[in-house]
Design a protein. Sequence first.
Length: 366
Amino acid sequence: MGFNCGIIGLPNVGKSTIYNALTAAGAAVANYPFCTIEPNVGTVTVPDDRLDSIARIVKPRKCTPTVMEFVDIAGLVKGASKGEGLGNKFLGHIRDVDAIVHVVRCFDDPNVSHVHGIVDPAGDIATVVTELILADLETVERRRQKAERQAKVGDKSMFRELEALVVMEEVLARGVSARTVPQDDIMPELRRDLNLLTDKKVLYVANVSEDMLRGSGRVDCIAAVETAAEAEGSAMVVLCGDLEAEIVLLPPDEQQVFLEDLGLRESGLLNLIRTGYELLSLITFYTTVGTELRAWTLKAGTTALKAAGKIHSDMERGFIRAEVLSYDDFSASGGIVEARDRGLVRIEGRDYEITDGDIVHFRFNV
């Protein structure tokens, strides 16, 4: 699968409740900080109407959807970059994920304590972001000092890296996230090596009460999260973690009725999964081999050669060509055989970039 989102936030904001609803994994939930110590990991099926449509026509014996991985990471506290709370252990868990789902508490509940004693979304976001920036600043400073030493002993290759590190350090020192630094300003290989926390894409989740979901209560809290997300070009979804935890326990047919009673088209969790998928610039392609129909996840821009390798290394090594049919052509034709008869199946080479919705058959020889 290879793509995951880490769920972070202050303690007692509802991270584990949302994680449980997403994965039905039963992670511990309690009214005290650091209830989650070791990260819980669960996979979630990505909703895909196209896969269902293809399956109705192809009628495979086995149908495998694509999934995303969600990691429930312990709550962060002020001073984490200096070792407070779970400190570096917490920050290390964030480094291992592809994107961040930042849960922000927007609900009032006297039975669930707030680590700062007051519900303040803007302040909570600032606390978390500041700790991530401080940790990144320390990472860049260490790398910059190393580059300076190497440059002094005549390693000319370090000069360009040093210039880039100075740019990044200046940005972080101003309290600004690394993701705001243009891609052209930092060499791609250096950016990958640094693996900065604030260089990861972020999806904000405003965790609200049921009343707020219906349009009453402290809607100013939602606006605060929205403002923070817009300021840094991040995505945002609104959901009620407690309500979502109830919905997942219902039979599928009752879930839709429940949502309609709330005036909702779909659950907040489905929106979260879909938005997370889009956040990572992921696409889906499909294969039908024998009796199995399968969806695969790729980064947008992946070539046919690399897509073949995702399925099996032998396919990449012995790649000959890719036979490609778009989902729209498949749907309009009523099947793969019919589309082939109409001449809609294209022959593509190794450099072809897989498009979202492609149905692909790889020809290879090893």
